[in-house]
Write a protein that binds this ligand. Sequence first.
Ligand code: ADP
Ligand code: MG
Length: 829
Amino acid sequence: MSNLHCQELPCSAHVKTTMIYVYLLNKGGARCEAAGPVRPFIFPLTESDSRCYSTCAAMFEAAATAMTIIKLSEDNRISLPLEVTEALGLKPGDAVELTASENGFLLARHTPASPAPLRESVSRKNLETPMQFIKGVGPKLAENLAKKGVSVVEDALFLLPHRYEDRRTLAKIGRLRPGANEVFFAEVIAADAASTRGGKRFFEVTVGDGSGTVTLKWFHFNPAFMKKIWKPGRKGIFTGEVVQYGFQREVHHPEVEWLPEGEDLAAVMAGDPLSFGRILPVYPLTEGLSQKTLRKVMKEAVDRFVADVENHLPLEVIGRHDLMPLDKALQAAHFPANDADLQTLNNGATAAHRTLAFDEFFFLELGLALKKNGIALEEGIDFQVTHKYTKELLKLLPFSLTNAQRRVLSEIKNDMMAPHPMHRLVQGDVGCGKTLVALMAALVAVENDYQVAIMAPTEILAEQHFLNIHHWCDALGVKVALLTSSLKGKAKKAALEEIATGNAQVVIGTHAVIQDKVEFRRLGLGIIDEQHRFGVLQRGILKKKGQNPDILVMTATPIPRTLAMTVFGDLSLSVIDELPPGRTPVETRIAFESRRSQVYGVIREEVKKGRQAYVIYPLVEESEKSDLKAAAQMAEQLQSDVFPDLRVGLLHGRMRPDEKEAVMAAFKARETDILVATTVIEVGIDVPNATVMVIEHAERFGLSQLHQLRGRVGRGSDKSRCILLTTGRLSEDGEKRLRVMESTSDGFRIAEADLEIRGPGDFLGTRQAGLPDFRVANILRDGRILEEARMEAFSFVEKDRGLVAPENAGLRRELARRWGGRLELAGIA
Ligand code: ADP
Ligand code: MG
């Protein structure tokens, strides 16, 4: 038994916590969460094992977790039961203390006492039954399942079929429908390897059932093995998609279940009611397991344990949205009734599927609602808008703010004036003028004698911000400091000093800004640019550099609404949906390698008109195997062979910061005509005179990256062009991406297309973006359900702030259990 000093927990002081959960992770970490507004967190357990949150998150994903509920005692201490400390390898006599560190929380010291009672319900325990205890699951199978993330019964219950197969009746071969997934009984008539006219080998089997014949084909096979299996006369049940070639119907790579020799179909069907005469679930992730085995295991797990799944969705919500109790939904999703509609099942649109998605979204949104509410309750700085600098800046600007900028700015100002911390996300397409909005917000803070930190993801972007901003700030008499990791020695010391004394009113930098050594005198506002590039930890650390400073997050990644709700669900959202006037859309074209000389012609033409050009390469150095042309090499070639009379510059990520700056400065000053660059220019570079961008190997870039890159041109009032050069050997997705770029410059449409092409997991990089992995919900498919669940969840928190009413105790407990450390890790803290 050990005592953890609760003061060490990052808990909000205004609400009392009653319960803390500790999860042990099998790699030596533990995860805590609380049934209250104490933030869930993860901590590594030993000094040597101290890792950052993200590593712990990965550990959590991989770990089989044991859960223990620990009560918080009167004197604000929490107790770890003996079994927990044993699992931690702590000896009685050790005292345990939680210490917050940059890497998480460390556990040290430990004192003995008696174990606290466990309050786990029997049902929960049942759901945590290891899979070995399921009938038919031996150690080998258990291991195999565990590899697929199915360690305990609960995992199995929530591993839903990814499709369903109609075996209510078997199809007749004569009536197989091309395009349909059919199941039919047949006898092997002939089998042999063959070749296409092009010389490609395949294995061909003809099967028939009296009503007709159909050809089965394999294109990857082992001939000897296939010949042994596919003996004429053998009978089996075949499943696969029927395709029509001319007059011939074929099924490629079908699944087969052989009829045991000498047995008759009717007897087999009658003897295996799990596989015949019904709609069958087909499970994902079955490599190395047969569907038949998995089906049996699932049936056993569902039959024995589904009743232990407690329904937590409030009945009124279930009623309002036509849902089912959770256990019934699971039952129906695994083993649908025989009169279910196959298509609805396969679309994941049955009441059962909707229920499961709703349930998952509801608890996510409930957590987000609570967080949002919790932040709203925290005490923050109530800035006054004195207009001292802001008015002055508006006078200095050679243009006026767009309506969208004005609207967003007033939303920000309202937040800043409120006595609670601002947590706001400003989303706006590239070039919409976010930097200016950020600067205006910064000036409001400065007017109140507070400091501002502006954090950018890369040195070059930080420098760019610095150059832009300090130009205006100098004119206003506001002192700006640049702090990047390349700042060394005396210069660095001086900068730190300026920040600590408060002399530096606006501090711009990379992650260097949140390092330990950096101390602010009075940080009032933290601005994070291009959020998606940051780990999630930074937002929290930045917050701790001041006393609940306001936080403004800016992103150019146009996140579709459904995703934004889950990724940034507790941030207030402002959208700058208007570009400054006078911009002409960038004309975008795909050009194949064969037209390279014409592309060069376009560059030459523009430069002749006094304009400048970018040529973008995907890599810095030519990798041995690939045919990518390296930026450095190409810059040289462009200079010497193609444009000997023009000035070609080179910018890449491996250059020293001062070199980069010199190159950028030269380009900005028109001392170079063509800038060959890698994607380091992706964010924030602002040279309105550049009117052409040629992107080499455009097919290698992601859509949002292409959009960001393209945003570097079209910044002036002249017509700009973007040419996507490609070798012509495009994959289907690659072609889709480039066509999207050609057809629109609307960041939201591009993002949506991207989401469609890549799927949500890939969209921002799940872990980085903090997008939760859903067990059953599909954020693309279930967007509507998400919105409904969000409305319900938020209205619960609206009615019962803090979710403290006794009738909501169950909800609250379930919420704490489900949230785990994840959403905190997701940067939603
Ligand atoms: P973002 O960061 O949103 O991509 P920037 O803040 O870099 O966009 O702004 C792009 C360019 O537009 C900059 O040159 C900036 O000075 C200019 N700009 C910003 N707001 C306006 C405005 N209201 N009218 C005209 N130009 C503007
Ligand atoms: Mg920007």
